[in-house]
Design a protein. Structure first.
Length: 178
């Protein structure tokens, strides 16, 4: 969805408040602009979004200095000090997600990864019908919103290097920060 769970956002915000070497943040899969809204205006914000209609729908040109439209797997990513991947990897096949994460990890001094755990296409079967209808409508509007890979803590711990000092689980979200 163009929005993400509010869980764990306080961990991310607190981490950013302690950083002194970040000027430019690249929001990979920016959705409706969650992170610039969460963090202070002191940063230069750049974004990559795969679904062009979100640019107008969420007025993203008012939030980001630069917006690139495309699939992060295949494109040159904008330069910056930090990349945020909030609810992105689960939308890629697992092998592509691993390759993309490694690419992002190489390019940026800091990376913030927030990812839902154990999330799969039937993830909303136990929630109320209004919420399920909302999710189904979003996924019909934007086919890129479908969850394709399922991530567990075990898989993530194998993928994420030891240079990631923050490793938090705020069920159902995992947060890793380098």
């Amino acid at each position: 969805m163009p929005v993400s769970s509010p869980k764990g956002k306080d961990i991310i915000k607190n981490w950013f408040e302690k950083q002194t070497d970040i000027n430019t943040i690249v929001d990979l899969g920016c959705g409706f602009g969650t992170y610039p809204k969460l963090l202070s205006g002191k940063y230069i914000w750049k974004a990559v979004e795969i679904f062009y209609p979100y640019i107008e729908k969420y007025k993203l040109k008012n939030i980001y200095r630069e917006i690139r439209i495309g699939d992060i797997q295949y494109m040159d990513l904008p330069g910056g000090d930090c990349a945020i991947m909030g609810d992105v990897l689960e939308h890629l096949p697992e092998k592509a997600a691993i390759k993309t994460f490694k690419k992002v990890n190489r390019l940026y001094n800091h990376v913030v990864l927030s990812i839902p755990l154990n999330s799969h296409p039937n993830r909303y079967k136990d929630i109320d019908s209004d919420a399920a209808l909302f999710v189904n409508n979003v996924e019909k509007e934007n086919v890129f919103e479908k969850h394709i890979s399922i991530w567990t803590i075990k898989k993530l711990n194998k993928l994420i290097p030891s240079s990631y000092k923050i490793r938090e689980v705020v069920d159902p979200i995992a947060i890793f920060i380098k």
